[in-house]
Design a protein around this ligand. Structure first.
Ligand SMILES: [Fe+2]
Ligand SMILES: [Fe+2]
Length: 162
């Protein structure tokens, strides 16, 4: 659980790094930078948890490093709305993922569960922000969103196993 969460938050920081490398100015940049800061906070929390519980990070970190950055940069090159559509797609998958984990934890690990629920709320706020910035008006939104969701689900599946 911790390995995949750490991998996901790492990937999120890389997506925003890629977007920020392309989107250099304007209100969208400020918004992306704000979301990126929260992803850094999420990542830092899972780094502490991995260390405390001696969980090794995913072997696929180099892949998420490159793939996350490429996804961020590519969507940003399509435009600010596409960059926001990327956030919506990723956050919808992460919402399901964190909700599933919280359900599975049940009464176990209350502190971890609270962290997961808090981060899930942050992710839902990112989704809302991105929708408010016109994500759904991206040309080809449905196709783009479906592709990014499929990729995100695959990344979760792989990071849970490797
Ligand atoms: Fe996050
Ligand atoms: Fe997020």
């Amino acid at each position: 659980m911790l390995r995949v969460d750490h991998a996901g938050e790492f990937g999120a920081t890389r997506i925003y790094d890629g977007q920020l490398a392309v989107i250099r100015h304007g209100p969208a940049r400020a918004e992306i930078a704000r979301m990126a800061e929260q992803e850094q906070r999420h990542l830092a929390a899972f780094e502490v948890l991995l260390r405390e519980r001696r969980v090794r990070p995913t072997l696929l970190a180099p892949l998420w490093d490159a793939a996350g950055y490429a996804l961020g940069a590519a969507t940003a090159l399509l435009g600010e709305q596409a960059a926001m559509a990327c956030t919506v797609a990723v956050e919808e998958v992460i919402d399901e993922h964190y909700q599933g984990q919280a359900d599975r934890l049940g009464d176990a690990e209350p502190a971890l569960k609270a962290t997961i629920i808090e981060f899930r709320d942050d992710e839902l706020a990112h989704r809302r922000t991105a929708l408010d910035r016109g994500a759904a008006e991206t040309p080809g939104y449905d196709v783009l969103s479906a592709a990014i969701k499929a990729g995100s689900r695959l990344a979760i599946w792989l990071s849970t196993r490797l």
